[in-house]
Design a binder for this molecule. Structure first.
Ligand code: BES
Ligand code: MN
Ligand code: ZN
Length: 503
């Protein structure tokens, strides 16, 4: 997608489709709360006038994602005017705008239109608006249709963002947003691949290629190194598969960055989770190809970080393997010794994510990471707790968590903190080893987090359980069904914040 900035007045733009946001202003003066007062959110009077015709017809009321098309709009050079409803003006934010841009792109794509110009609405700072429009449009442009032989290559050709302000600042916002949006889509591409086309080796190759393109250092280790590092928890999972595991290490070490802090991003990269000997039911098992989403998230985030160049060291680690049942597979009752020296009684081989992450977190600390964030499709229990609406966030350090949570309104990703107090750790104590890899029936997202916390030890750490959010179960107006790329934007935004306000 070609993305350009235009500072010229919207009516002058010759485009297939000009897009403007319609908001609903409550008319409090009349005390009539139900009466909608829709208006096109732009300072441009020609666009407003063109929109007024549609608005007065009642075809659009400003409700969220409502769309209305106007052909040959009077006073505009554009061939069409697409109005998209953004809800109540008072509540309208960049998060809404991002989704509207995605919705506009998807509306165009379904009509075989490939070019649009999006007018930045009022009420949001223009830089923020430009960023939201670009990110949202890129997210909306992604369709997971790679393997359809009748796929129409209906990607958007060009997006023009129409805004007024300091050209340099706006162009910078646009360029940054492109990096973020494209990195999120890169993650989605990786997650979308089925397990026969996304083995640990292939995932490592994709990471290596990305690192080469963006100037990151990349090391990929196999079974020998995993055993040499005494990663008994990671190997316990990997030993059951014929596919070789991969320990992927991506390093971003910008010149001029201080020695400390070092941010460690650790991802769960299970390219297929059968459950192992504690095998999962057949129904829905196909979805377990997305069990490497946490790893793909870190690869996408590292891509964006490499290109945006915040002044802070970041190390990305992905523990990639399949979780398979076989004659070599670990069995319930087995005891594994993790890299940290802690012993783990395997109760359920389907609780494999915490095993690979235990060694991933320990290795990150050994490599010098002073702060850790992991992302993983870790538990079904987090889906029970939060549904598809929020990422579950766990942390052992409230000030680190608060620094992270501050950027969520900027990234527009929904995340909710859940507890990881000592009670949950008690539930994972084993009578014959230090820990069990499950914590019983209840509080499964928190017991899994408590297990990980044992391996973060005293390093400030945040755990993102993305099991419910890494895959969209349905098409939404702004995003296709399939991999969501959740958490990439937040991690990138956080790395930038972390670089400017070090702890
Ligand atoms: N990969 C799954 C978690 C998952 C569930 C991801 C649903 C996406 C959607 C994880 O490895 C798993 O199997 N967890 C078990 C843990 C249990 C055995 C303690 C679970 O949640 O059932
Ligand atoms: Mn599992
Ligand atoms: Zn899993």
């Amino acid at each position: 997608m070609k993305i350009t900035l235009s500072l010229s007045p919207a009516p002058q733009l010759e485009t297939e489709c000009l897009v403007a946001v319609v908001l609903d202003r409550e008319d409090n003066a009349r005390g009539d709360k139900d009466k909608t007062q829709p208006y096109a959110s732009t300072a441009d009077t020609a666009v407003q006038q063109a929109a007024n015709d549609v608005i007065s017809s009642g075809d659009i009321t400003g409700k969220n994602f409502e769309t209305s098309w106007l052909h040959k709009p009077a006073g505009l050079k554009a061939k069409r005017l697409l109005l998209v409803g953004g809800g109540k003006a008072k509540k309208f934010s960049s998060t809404d705008l991002r989704k509207l841009a995605g919705a506009a792109v998807r509306a165009l794509k379904s009509r075989n239109l490939r070019n649009l110009a999006f007018v930045a609405p009022d009420g949001i700072s223009t830089e923020e608006a430009v960023r939201a429009i670009v990110e949202g449009a890129l997210v909306g442009d992604f369709d997971p249709d790679t393997y359809k032989s009748d796929r129409k290559d209906q990607k958007i050709d060009s997006l023009t963002v129409v805004a007024t302000g300091d050209q340099n600042a706006l162009q910078r916002a646009l360029d940054d947003a492109r990096v973020v949006g494209e990195s999120q889509n890169f993650t989605r591409e990786l997650v979308n691949e089925p397990s026969n086309r996304m083995t640990p080796t292939i995932l490592a190759n994709r990471a290596r290629q990305m690192c080469q393109e963006t100037g990151l250092k990349c090391e990929v280790y196999g079974a020998d190194k995993i055993k040499e590092l005494k990663m008994g928890a990671f190997w316990g999972v990997a030993q059951g598969s014929d596919e070789p595991p991969a320990l992927i290490v991506m390093r971003y070490e910008p010149v001029g960055a201080p020695e400390k802090p070092v941010l460690g991003l650790v991802g769960k990269g299970i390219t297929f989770d059968t459950g192992g000997i504690s095998i999962k039911p057949a129904d829905g098992m196909e979805k377990m190809k997305y069990d490497m989403a946490g790893g793909a998230t870190m690869i996408g985030a590292m891509r964006a970080i490499a290109l945006l160049k915040p002044k802070v060291k970041v190390i990305g680690i992905v523990c990639a393997t399949e979780n398979m049942p076989s004659g070599k597979a670990q069995k319930p009752g087995d005891i594994q010794t993790a890299m940290s020296g802690k012993t783990i009684e395997i109760i359920n081989t389907d609780a494999e994510g915490r095993l690979v992450l235990a060694d991933g977190l320990c290795y990150a600390r050994q490599l010098g990471c002073t702060h850790l964030i992991d992302a993983a499709t870790l538990t079904g229990a987090v889906v029970v707790a939060l549904g598809y609406a929020n990422v579950g966030v766990f942390s052992n350090d409230t000030s680190f968590y608060e620094q992270f949570s501050q950027i969520l309104s900027k990234s527009g990703e929904n995340m909710w903190r859940l507890p990881v107090t000592d009670e949950y750790l008690e539930m994972t104590r084993s009578s014959i080893a230090d820990l069990m890899n499950t914590g019983g029936r209840w509080g499964g997202a928190s017991t899994a987090a408590a297990f990980l916390k044992e391996f973060a030890e005293d390093t400030p750490w945040i755990h993102l359980d993305i099991a419910g959010t890494a895959w969209m179960e349905d098409n939404k107006p702004w995003i296709a069904k399939g991999p969501s790329g959740i958490a990439v934007r937040s991690l990138v935004e956080f790395a930038r914040e972390f670089a400017s306000h070090k702890p």
